[in-house]
Every structure is written in structure tokens, then in C-alpha cells.
Design a protein around this ligand. Sequence first.
Ligand SMILES: Cc1cc2nc3c(=O)[nH]c(=O)nc-3n(C[C@H](O)[C@H](O)[C@H](O)COP(=O)(O)OP(=O)(O)OC[C@H]3O[C@@H](n4cnc5c(N)ncnc54)[C@H](O)[C@@H]3O)c2cc1C
Length: 621
Amino acid sequence: MVHAGFMSATAPRGTACAACPFFMQRFGRRRVAASSRPERVAASDDASTSSTSSTSSTSSTSSTSSSFVRLFNVAVPVDDDPGKDDFNVHESLLAAVKKKLRTEKIRPNAEKLKHARVVRKAFDARKRTQKRWVYVVDVPAEALPKNVKETRGQLELVSGSSGYHPNQPGQHLDASKEKLPVVVVGSGPAGLFAAMQLASSGVPVVLCERGRKVEDRGKDIGRLVVRREINPESNFNFGEGGAGTWSDAKLTTRIGRNDDPVRQVLETFVKHGAPEHILYTGKPHLGTDGMVRILKSFRKSLTALGVDVRFNTRVVGFEVDGANSPGCSLRGVLLDDGSCIKAEACVLAPGHSARELYQVLVELGAELLAKPFAVGFRLEHPQRLIDELQYGAVDADKVQRGKGTLPVADYKLTWNDQNTGRGTYSFCMCPGGSIEPTSITEDELCINGMSFSRRNSLWANSAIVCTIGEDDFAPFLDRAAHPALAGVEFQKHIERRAAEMGGGNFTCPVQTVPGFLSGTLSDASRLPSSSYRLGVKSARLDTLYPPAITSSIKDALREFGRMKGPKFVGEDALLHGAETRTSSPVVIVRDRDSLESTAIKGLYPAGEGAGYAGGIVSVRA
Ligand SMILES: Cc1cc2nc3c(=O)[nH]c(=O)nc-3n(C[C@H](O)[C@H](O)[C@H](O)COP(=O)(O)OP(=O)(O)OC[C@H]3O[C@@H](n4cnc5c(N)ncnc54)[C@H](O)[C@@H]3O)c2cc1C
């Protein structure tokens, strides 16, 4: 039996992991066992340059077997709708439902139609002169004639719940035979839901989280943004709730919006205190304040289910039988105090910033692959400018910093460079939000965005990022302990340069978009205001990344200016560096059916750090 782990600065000397001979060795990549079927890697949410298109197909089914018929694309003009906070079937909506049915040549029973219900509501401002709310509505089947024709994406029969049978890690474990617990590493969205799912099935669970619970984590974050003191174990990335806690908490996902797992995640949020409208609104979001409330309630539920929740507990390695051999299997999980939790299995969900654990997995011979991801900047504008660009000046007045009838405006932009194949796109937009430091150490600077539920700040920020892959990582191969970790080295290099450009102490380097495009330092005395609380410094962000990446981002910004108008790329548009952690740079390869590591039996890599999903809802689903 062997151990592999890493030593924390505070770990007692002579812990099992440090003494282990395997810790000192370096291993190459091991082949996947022939029987294993590696899983396809999905892109993270919001990172999309593609969109899901539903091809319209027609079939005939008896509507009487179902209790509801789902109508899509039911449109109500903006001036006929009560606004973003109303989810009732109002008169205008009822009229729109009837109109929709007429186009499908269906005559409804008007009385029974009143029992329709709103499934989703989204604002569509794409056409300036025809702004509208677009609904998905469930109509009782009895309100419609029998044997209505189903048209996918327009009119679909809802045959009740398909039953939720998630392919969750540990699903095959027979609770009755368990003696040892399953250890879940990380209390981010992936770890929390895995723990909940396992405990609900009667499996004993120990949940290990290196950071502190949300109440204390809030104080650590306060110390960072006020006194510039970082707690490496409790910050914007680490601590209860994971990276998505101090965030915008957008709950959008690229998984089918009406899929059972997504619905179940949203319903679980509601059960733990989220407002019900997240079930209906087209772009649900909670904001940081919403997330913190939910997490406290979630923790109570886990404890009630018997989960042993341990904060300030960092996992540093794993005890296995047969490291680097085809029969390698997990026996236990090593902690930073030198102890070992003997475990039946481990769900590994430490997010994409637990870089040391990738190294540990390399030591044990786990199969790791480098994964393309995206890097760039946070672009910030005054929110009022984005409201005007999206809605026009008159309707922008209806936003009222989150209190009006129209949602605080956002945008989603993509551009593909035909010559290089690189995509550049906006990502993880935080309307009415702020830019925050998501670094874990002082010598590396990376940033991200967050907002509160009202989205009432004066600024709008969004990542503008460009896809990068193996060619970009190649110069970093010699620094990496394993070829799969070259992307991590690339990230570290950029984050260190960003910290230097800012002059240290988490000061953020910035450049106006015109300065970036022309390659000139922006005049420090004329910089637009920034939401970043730790101060900004004028810097040559156009020299931060290798030229090929900068060139793609420049071309994309010029194109975005053509799409949105010159003000979008004008002097009020301020780039902040660096956005580097959009998703994991590494994949821990899993078997497609069992979701188990292809190399270490009993280890279930999950969530964003495993490289299969990104985003608060997707990693849970
Ligand atoms: C500022 C910010 C804003 C974001 N906004 C959004 C948004 O609005 N919508 C959205 O969908 N996504 C958003 N994201 C992304 C989203 O938060 C992540 O995709 C998601 O949290 C990933 O979930 P996870 O559970 O896989 O990992 P994480 O959330 O990263 O959680 C991992 C957890 O593991 C713990 N951990 C790490 N190493 C160890 C160890 N060795 N031992 C024990 N514990 C460990 C960490 O402390 C952490 O709590 C945002 C991210 C950031 C940083």
C-alpha cells in the first residue's frame, strides 16, 4: 500500500505522505485499461461559442396521455407585460397563448386554458423595435383537442416527470454493504450535491473542505478586500460553497434548460431558501447574498442526513493499493494533519484551483490530459451604458438599477477568427456587479466577477476571453511535472505577470479598450472609474499575453464594437487583467459509465476541477 500527497507548510513533519517513496518519483502517463470508456469532455457553461439548436421535427401523439402541453416561444410585447418580477398568466399572456395555438391551428377550450402555468420567462431585446418577453407555458391537455400534433421546440407533450435517475458518482454503491464512508473532497457545488445524493441513499459520507464555513469565509474575504490580507485557505475560491459563492450566482446552463437534473438542482435551491422565480425566469440568478443564505440551510440538511462535514480540513493525498498498476485502487484519503480517513470511495471535487492535487494524481499514475480553456480580461463599462446599448435610452430608464420592470441589461458576444480557428467570446457576465480578486497567493493575480441579487451596482463586467490549447502551452512543457500540467504552468505565468504589472498588493492592471487596440498606456489621470476595490494601475495589458492571443482579442473587440456601437469599445470601456481561470486546464480521465478514474478504482473525479463541466448548475447536475 502506498501514499501520495503533498506537504502543507503547516503539516507535521514525517506524515505518511511525505515519507512515501512514490512522492519523490516522477511518472509518465499510463494507458487506460482496455475495458474503460473514457468520457467526452464538455465545455463549461457560459463559455459557449456555439448554441443549442433544436431542429424542428413533427410527430403525432395523443395528448390525452399527458396532463400538459408545453408551448414554446409565446411572445408578449414589452409594453403589454407587467415586467420581470411577474410570473402570472396575465391577460396579455393568455392572448399570446391563444394566438400561438391559432398558428398551430388548434382551438382551445378558453375556460380550461386559464389553468395554464408559466414555465419560463425571458426578455428578448435583440430587435430594437420589437422588444418582447418570451414565455414557455404549460397548457392543461384537457384545454386542447385530442391528438394535437407535437412540433419539437414549439409544442411538446409533457408526460410528467421522467423520474430522476442521475448517473452520480457512487450510484452503483450498495448502501447496505458499506462499512467505510465515502469521502467527498470539496464543498463547492459539485461536492455538496454529491454528498447530498450519497447521504440520501444511505451512504455514510465525510465531506472535507479546506476552507472555512460561509460565516467565517465572509470575514476572510472582507480582510482581503479591505486590508489586502489573503488567507490562502479561505478566499474567493476556497471555503464553503466553493468558487460560486461570492459570485453573480447565475444559474444558467448549457444542459437542456428543461432537463430533469437541471430542474432538480433549481428545486433543491428553492427548498433551501432560493426565491421561486429561479424556476421560471429565463436567466435565473441568485447573487452572492442569495447563495450565502442557501449554503447555511444546505449545511443543516447535510448534517441532518448524517454527513460528517469537516471545515479547515485539507486533503493532501490518497492511500492506494498498487499505484501505477492496472489494479490501482483507493484505500484512504490523507489529510493535512497527517491522518488518513479509510474510505470506500472518494468523490474528488476540489475545483480548478487545487493545483497541488493534480500533482498528487500524477504521482499515483492517474490518467491526466491537458485541456483547452480560455484566457483574457474582464471588461467593465458603466451599467447605464450597457442598458442604453441594449435597450435604447427610453427603455434603459425602466431598469432603475434592478428595481424597474426590465432586467439589468447583459450581453453575450462571440467571434471566431477564420484564419486561426480561435474563438473569442464574452463569458460569465455580471450586470450590476463588481470585479474581484480570485487569487490564492499574493504573487499571482487573477480576477472574476460577482454581484448581489439586485444587481444594483453602477458597473457591468464580463470576461472577454480567447480559446487556447496545446500549441499555446507548448513553451511551458519543460516547466511542467507532467505534459498534462503545461496549461497550469501557462496560467501561473500569466497570473504572476499580471501581479507584477499591477505593482503587487492585488492592485489590478488596467487599460482602456482604445489604449489596448492602439498599444498605448492609458492616461492614469483619465481612467474611467472601476468597481475593483483594491485599486487599479494603468498598464500595457496588450503585452500580457503572447501576441497571437492578444491579436485575436483585438480583432474580436473591433468586431464587438461594430456589433454594439463605438461606445462599447470607447474610453469608458476598461480592460482589467487577468482572467485566467475560466475552466480547468486539465482533465482527470474518467470511465464514461461508472465515472470512476480510469486508473484509480474508487476515485470519482467530479465537477470543474475534473475538467468535465463548469458552472454552478452544471457541475451539480
Ligand atoms: C468569482 C466567481 C464568479 C463565478 N460566477 C459564476 C456564476 O455566476 N455562475 C456560474 O454558473 N458559475 C460561476 N462561477 C464558476 C463556478 O463557481 C464554478 O464553475 C463552480 O463553483 C465549480 O464547482 P466545483 O464544485 O467543481 O468546484 P469549486 O466551486 O471550485 O469548489 C471546490 C471546493 O473544494 C475545496 N478544496 C480545494 N482543494 C481542496 C483540498 N485539497 N481539500 C479539501 N477541499 C478542497 C475548495 O475550498 C472549494 O470549496 C464563478 C466562479 C468565480 C470564481
